[in-house]
Design a protein around this ligand. Structure first.
Ligand code: SF4
Length: 432
């Protein structure tokens, strides 16, 4: 069967290729090919598509996604930010669909507020003379099944695994049985996203991970090293781990690092999802440094100990400071260590977020702001008139907190700049 996989264009106020790959459908592609299907991928936000004559990336492979400003949907009219469509032009997507002429189309969508991209693909398919079976899957339909079912697809997959009747293929329930992701669709690949596990053993009430994956599911280090080595031999030297809990357990992680070293793999590794400081021991830090992890990112969320106990039992200030020390004594410059702090949670007052930013900057490491948005299906979900309002930019303006959030973002910029320039926190505060 000819099966087309589609990762749609993104409609958002901001989007950036921060090692962004549709990893879920790359696994599906491998599963489908194992069953003998002919598979083609349209990754609409692939910056390296042959359509583009020039692509600029930073030294770690990240870069801007081609975008154009579009009219805002009615519900977002009051948000004073430009709304954009990120990705390949519509006419290129149409050309690719026509050339492949699929019998089945599987569309995948991650963020709930990116559903306009799914709607666009559905409209394109409806406008063409071909009549493939239309399937929809991914995190969006799992979190918002009723909404996703309203978009007119022949079948919407709202679970994690199971049998896809339309094509007679079973998606394994356990991540350890997933094949390697299929990167053969990419002519040009500057980096690869990979995962050693799905899920997380913690239950933070603002996070979708516990709801999506239940218990943590791991691949063995032996499986992961095969995936890395295969891509490495194809000249991929940058890898971003998509794990929610990469360091759990430390032994498994150290084992993987040892194998990276044993196989002579000389690459850069990144942790865009943040590391748990509790498990960032001296040994783990040493291995990270030895095998080429760059710009380590640690999840802290807040330095307020009461809030940590209530929301983020995953770490304490003491564990965070120890993790930073482990990294810096191992050879990481503190300027290159990033700390995720959470802003916008109703219980996290803005003065408390401001204090957390300054506390972290005082330690000499940088802040990366994670803006809360109420994810459906989590204990912190909120009733909103449209999933578009779960977009973090839209959510703050809708709640009348947009200006405060902009000030917080400005403080983060100054704090990080101050660290680069060696300016003290006191001077930053005076400037503000
Ligand atoms: S520790 Fe991180 S990944 Fe795990 S539940 Fe909490 S926020 Fe989610």
């Amino acid at each position: 069967m000819k099966i087309l996989l589609v990762s749609p264009p993104i409609y958002d106020f901001a989007a950036y290729d921060f090692w962004m790959k549709p990893l879920g459908i790359l696994y599906i592609s491998s599963i489908l090919k194992e069953k003998g299907h002919k598979v083609y991928l349209i990754d609409a936000t692939n910056r390296f598509d042959s359509y583009y004559s020039e692509v600029k990336s930073d030294r770690f492979g990240r870069g801007k996604i081609n975008a154009k400003t579009v009219l805002k949907p009615e519900i977002l009219k009051g948000i004073p930010r430009r709304y954009r469509r990120y990705g390949l032009p519509r006419k290129i997507i149409i050309k690719k669909i026509k050339e492949f002429d699929p019998e089945v189309v599987m569309v995948s969508c991650t963020m709930t507020y990116w559903y306009p991209g799914v709607v666009e693909i559905k409209k394109i398919l409806d406008s063409l003379p071909i009549k493939p079976t239309l399937l929809l899957g991914g995190i969006y339909p799992r979190l918002l099944p009723i909404h996703a079912n309203s978009l007119g697809f022949d079948r919407v997959y709202t679970g994690s695994g199971g049998f896809i009747d339309e094509i007679g293929v079973e998606i394994p329930d356990d991540f350890s049985r997933f094949p390697p992701p299929d990167y053969s669709h990419y002519e040009n690949l500057e980096y690869a996203a990979i995962a050693t596990s799905l899920g997380c053993p913690f239950f933070c009430p603002y996070c979708a991970s516990p709801n999506l994956y239940g218990k943590k599911q791991n691949k063995e280090a032996e499986q992961v090293i095969e995936e890395i080595e295969y891509l490495y031999k194809k000249e991929i030297h940058k890898f971003a781990f998509y794990d929610d809990a990469l360091l759990i357990t430390e032994d498994r992680f150290v084992n993987l690092c040892q194998k990276i070293k044993e196989r002579g793999i000389s690459a850069n590794f990144f942790t865009p999802n943040g590391l748990h400081s509790r498990f960032l021991t001296r040994e783990v830090a040493q291995w990270m440094h030895k095998v080429g992890f760059k710009e380590p990112r640690i999840s802290l969320e807040t330095t307020d100990e009461d809030l940590q106990k209530r929301f983020s039992i995953k770490t304490t200030n003491g564990e965070f400071i120890r993790a930073v020390e482990n990294l810096s004594t191992t050879g990481y410059n503190k300027k290159h260590i990033y700390t995720y702090l959470l802003a916008g949670l109703p219980q996290f007052s803005f003065p408390s977020v401001r204090k957390s930013i300054l506390d972290v900057a005082r330690i000499g490491v940088k802040v990366s702001l994670a803006e809360f948005s109420p994810i459906p299906g989590t204990p912190m979900e909120q009733e909103l008139p449209d999933p578009l309002l779960t977009n973090n930019t839209a959510f703050y303006y809708y709640k009348g907190m947009g200006k405060e959030m902009e000030r917080i973002k400005q403080l983060v910029k100054w704090a990080n700049k101050g660290i680069d320039l060696g300016i003290s926190i006191k001077e930053i505060k005076d400037y503000l």
